[in-house]
Design a protein around this ligand. Sequence first.
Ligand SMILES: Cc1cc2nc3c(=O)[nH]c(=O)nc-3n(C[C@H](O)[C@H](O)[C@H](O)COP(=O)(O)OP(=O)(O)OC[C@H]3O[C@@H](n4cnc5c(N)ncnc54)[C@H](O)[C@@H]3O)c2cc1C
Length: 432
Amino acid sequence: MTQVTARPRVVIVGAGFGGLWAARGLARSGADVILIDRNNYHTFLPLLYQVAASELSASDIAFPIRSLLRHMPNVHFLMAQVEAIKPEASIVQTTVGEIPYDFLVLAVGSIAHFFGIIGAGEHAYPLKTIADANALRNHILSCFESAAHESDAHKREQILTFVIVGGGPTGVEFAGALSELIHGPLYQDYYALDLREVRIVLLEAIDHLLNTLPTKLGDYAFKRLKKMGVQVHLGAAVSKISSDAVQLQDGTTIPSGTVIWTAGVQGAADSEWGLPTTKNGQIAVLPTLQVPNYPHIYVIGDLARLEQNGERLPMLAPVAMQAGTAAAQNITRELRNQSQLPFVYHDRGTLATIGRNAAVADIWGHAFTGFFAWLIWLTIHIYNLMSMRNRLIVLISWAWDYFFFERGVRLILANPPPQPHEFESSLHEIKE
Ligand SMILES: Cc1cc2nc3c(=O)[nH]c(=O)nc-3n(C[C@H](O)[C@H](O)[C@H](O)COP(=O)(O)OP(=O)(O)OC[C@H]3O[C@@H](n4cnc5c(N)ncnc54)[C@H](O)[C@@H]3O)c2cc1C
């Protein structure tokens, strides 16, 4: 593994949107490329919430990395976790050994950021990986199984209260998907339960939803979610999360055993890497995507901190993909003794869906809502999935759900399954 070939070696860490697009850009570049990821699959994160909401299964949105690289003979995959980087020695330390590099592209993405809220890291469910989405789906379905034989009405109410923290796109999309899961398939499955006892609560600390989009779109999402039975609380900042309740800064306590955290993310940089890391775990880069003083290290995607026109680039898939392509171009230019070019992000718009026939879209400065925005959302997501197989399966799953209000992935696959006692509450301790 440590053997250095005559050809320059580019090591890419992370096979997410950024890393994969960098690898594609370096195919047939004349360099040997090693793409490292701790998983052997790439995850299409924009549809992750649908795995948690029983709409899609993990294999519908994940793709084996090796199959994506099949037609790139100079790109090799290594499944390993990167543990350390030694920039002075140009070496990446992984769980399977040290790998020297001539150029390094770091694209390890982001992790959940809990803003130091007490109990959030221990008790809230993040939604960042396939494992997170599966764990959340198992838990939600187990809540319904527990509620089905719980005779105490207070406990049942607590078990059936689902609190989503964060009114950004992921929180809004998940709230809508959960409402449709409960009012569609679960309503039919648990006919003995009074589903009026179910509460979906969406908490947003500021005074509107979808704060990176035009206000009109946030207002539309607010009204639509309310119509779908979601209790949306604006200006509701969380102060503490425990195993059985969420506390707000204004003193309100919401009894709940399920808190889903979509409120914040931070770069996944490790302070031990010896690279200049910002407070929110990103690495500040030059416009060329190189790390200052380390011209052979490029950082892209959620991990990179870069400003354009006075604003920080958002943590979004198109930013990562475009930066991946730009980093590959700059490395290729350097191999040809050409100078690097600054990365310019082209913003083609932002979308979020709320439920059937309802989405918001901000495209080229135009704001759309409703059925038209939903059609755009559907088309773009299907188009961007990685393989024909996944496109077909996702399309069939969506069509089935649309016409028959039926979701196929209502499976509790936890091992061992969650036990009813895990939902025992200490309601008597909670001051309403
Ligand atoms: C639930 C959810 C919904 C989203 N929805 C949208 C959306 O609708 N539209 C949009 O534009 N963006 C969306 N995003 C954001 C978008 O997915 C990210 O901006 C994008 O994935 C960033 O790409 P990346 O390459 O930087 O990181 P990622 O795509 O996260 O890839 C990082 C890769 O690095 C690997 N990795 C991490 N650490 C290590 C390590 N130490 N060693 C080896 N491998 C490692 C991971 O396994 C992963 O494969 C969403 C994100 C989430 C979590």
